[in-house]
Design a protein around this ligand. Structure first.
Ligand code: AMP
Ligand code: ZN
Length: 488
């Protein structure tokens, strides 16, 4: 473990303050993040949340923790209207596209993995699926029933929120009071299976036409949306574990229900540090597929979105996200991305310059303090924008040593090289240029695009089209914009 690990503080949604981070077991962190519901392609908003927790995971690893990172795949039970109403999103998509539900699941799980890999997000240690854990979910419902916090109604099982609240406060994660929640819910219409409007489904009885259903002690049905995360986190991380993350929009009802389920089943609160990432916005509104206010990673990387002036490299997009703190909202604009692109380039150039700096007998700057500032930033609740600003202090220093206005000893150059590589590549997760193959490809692409330009100047459209189509077959997109031709 690095000595800096003792100074890490984490904002805990439960207390509403930053707390000194002390995991349950020394040197080991159990971390669970709610994964995607795989019924459509992920949009950039989803990606932001997963990239935020990738940063958390990476920094914990950098500090020397052994981390068991669990992120689920929701492949059932997430209903269209809210947790209890409507059709299963995956089943609906399967019906519309005339595919098996598991074909939908496979298609969008592969897409999700592909996008996460492009963003250089590390895979979790365990990626469990809801359909793979029906036995655990049924067992957990049974425990909650046995402990008196749930009731069966018409082949469904509901969590009794008011009964639970008599023994344990309901609303701790989202900062809500049960009286307000009750006042703001619609009355039941008499046909409802539930005893009270706040009660939520642990198991739903499946109608005849429902395709995704399983046998249970209560009949054929399917699990409620909130249950899978409780069942899988308990299975892989224990009844109480260190970190649970997800987007802010999951605080209520999803995470509130998870706390209630875990406590009702096991008698102890499941999570010690609740962490919530803030939203990515577009036109200052939450990015969301259902409202159409969204952009897909593919559109962004290929430059095919009308909202963007050109294509952007996944590492530029990642760097853009790192320039905001995970608890702040971040607005997505073409200009902000263009600025991030310049910043990313300056940073990468400085890292390369650092390798060829000439050492002096004396340093004119305090490199150990600068490196400490990298740790201080990340130890302050993973403050990546402060880290980035400290990295740019290093860039300034490197450039002034290169220009002969400052000097560094061999030891300081080595320290800065090691720590900059660690923080840029390992912690921020920016892929080194060599790994992207860009350094090898760039001169070749310059040559090809130059030939294409000449062909166009000569009005030799056949050759120019042949070049573009050939590149396209090779997976390279060429885009002609105001600022010239770009490729990705
Ligand atoms: P879903 O598949 O809808 O359950 O969402 C997967 C994850 O993406 C959840 O953690 C959400 O909180 C998160 N998410 C959804 N929209 C956004 C957004 N606009 N910005 C950041 N995270 C989001
Ligand atoms: Zn969840």
């Amino acid at each position: 473990m690095k000595e800096q690990a003792t100074a890490l503080s984490v904002y805990n949604t439960l207390s509403g303050t930053k707390e000194s981070f002390k995991p349950l077991n020394e040197g080991f962190v159990g971390m669970y993040v709610c994964g995607p519901t795989v019924y459509s392609n992920v949009h950039l908003g989803n990606c932001r949340t997963f990239i935020s927790f990738d940063l958390v995971y990476r920094y914990l690893l950098h500090l020397g923790y052994k981390v068991r990172y669990v992120r689920n795949i929701t492949d059932v039970g997430h209903l269209v209207d809210d947790a209890d109403q409507g059709e299963d999103k995956i089943a609906k998509k399967a019906r519309l596209e005339q595919l098996e539900p598991m074909e939908i699941v496979q298609m969008y799980t592969l897409d999700f993995h592909n996008v996460m890999q492009q963003f250089n997000a590390l895979p979790p240690n365990i990626e469990p699926t809801a359909t793979g854990h029906l036995i655990e979910q049924i067992e957990m419902i049974q425990d909650i029933l046995d402990n008196g916090y749930a009731y069966e109604s018409n082949g469904s099982v509901y969590f009794d929120v008011e009964k639970y609240n008599e023994a344990h406060p309901y609303g701790a994660v989202s900062g809500r009071k049960i009286e307000d929640l009750i006042a703001n819910t619609r009355d039941l219409d008499g046909q409802d299976e539930k005893r009270a409007p706040l009660d939520f489904a642990l198991w739903k009885n499946a109608a005849e036409e429902h395709i995704m259903k399983w046998p249970s002690p209560w009949g054929l049905g399917f699990p409620g949306w909130h249950l899978e995360c409780s069942a899988m986190s308990t299975k892989y991380l224990g009844e109480t574990f260190d970190i649970h993350g997800g987007g802010m929009d999951l605080k209520f009802p999803h995470h509130e229900c998870e706390v209630a389920q875990g406590t009702a089943a096991n008698g102890s609160t499941p999570v010690r540090y609740w962490m919530h990432g803030n939203m990515l916005t577009l036109n200052r509104k939450k990015m969301s597929k259902s409202t159409g206010n969204s952009i897909s990673p593919d559109e962004l990387f290929s430059g095919t979105s009308d909202l963007m002036e050109k294509a952007f490299d996944p590492m530029v997009v990642r760097f853009f996200m790192m320039q905001a703190h995970y608890r702040s909202t971040l607005d997505f604009t073409s200009e902000a991305l263009a600025a991030a692109e310049k910043g990313h380039e300056r940073l990468m150039e400085a890292i390369s310059t650092l390798q060829s700096l000439k050492a002096s007998n004396e340093s004119t700057a305090d490199v150990p303090s600068l490196v400490n500032a990298f740790y201080d930033a990340m130890n302050d609740d993973f403050n990546s924008p402060i880290l980035v600003s400290q990295l740019f202090e290093a860039v300034k220093l490197i450039n002034s040593v290169r220009d002969g206005h400052a000097s560094l000893t061999e030891a300081d150059i080595d320290l800065l090289s090691t720590e900059m590589a660690a923080f840029v590549y390992d912690v921020l997760g920016i892929r080194p240029a060599e790994e992207k193959g860009e350094t090898r490809l760039s001169p070749v692409m310059d040559l090809i695009l130059d030939l294409r330009k000449q062909a166009r100047e000569n009005k030799d459209w056949a050759t120019s089209d042949k070049i573009r189509d050939g590149l396209s077959d090779a997976g390279i997109t060429v885009k002609d914009g105001k600022e010239g031709t770009t490729w990705s």
